[in-house]
Write a protein that binds this ligand. Structure first.
Ligand code: HEC
Length: 160
């Protein structure tokens, strides 16, 4: 009898784990290395989507360079309105005038309470090799993106 209870318990447990939303369980913490690993290996961002109103390479403004592509993950794409859902990530590839790929900047809605006054976003600028600096609650990033608090610090896509 005890054995059966154990087996049933195990099966229920395994089932609930399988059903648990994959999303947040295996998301990285507020850490540039973990986030780099996530966007390059666990869920390579090149397979994500573009915003419907911001596809492919687009001209950009300072400080991010003349051209960029912005990739968004499903959690963000499926966020109906700001504030967007936790686990949302935007990865921006920056290109120079000659359209050479030069840097990656990321904003990641990491977790409730991380930086509640500024939307709980984790900010990071990466070299092409994945060196993340600056990273965290980066004042410069927040100052500019914070001009659109109502749009949850997102600049290339307008929530209606
Ligand atoms: C001087 C203002 C300014 C600063 C500082 C700034 N950004 Fe941006 N950011 C923009 C603008 C404007 C865009 C819209 C795209 C473009 O024109 O390049 C943008 C777009 C982005 C995007 C694409 C998603 C979105 O929000 O639209 C990401 C990701 C991003 N920035 C990350 C960062 C990070 C990380 C930092 C700090 C290291 C940073 N930004 C600093 C102005 C700024």
């Amino acid at each position: 009898m005890k054995k059966i209870v154990m087996i049933v318990g195990f099966v229920l447990c395994a089932a609930s784990l399988a059903l648990a939303p994959m999303a947040l369980a295996d998301m990285p913490g507020p850490n540039a290395k973990e986030l780099w690993n996530y966007i390059t290996k666990v869920s390579p961002y090149q397979k994500w989507s573009f915003w419907p109103d911001h596809q492919g390479m687009q001209p950009g403004r300072a400080p991010h360079g003349p051209f960029h592509k912005v990739y968004v993950n499903d959690i963000l794409l499926n966020s109906p309105a700001p504030p967007v859902q936790y686990g949302s990530i935007e990865v921006k590839e920056s290109y120079n005038k000659a359209k050479k790929f030069v840097a990656i900047t990321v904003q990641y809605k990491v977790k409730k309470g991380y930086n509640p006054n500024d939307g709980d976003w984790f900010w990071v600028k990466y070299s092409l090799k994945g060196r993340g600096k600056p990273a965290g609650k980066v004042k410069g990033c927040i100052e500019c993106h914070g001009t659109r608090v109502k749009n949850d610090f997102i600049l290339v896509h307008e929530f209606k």
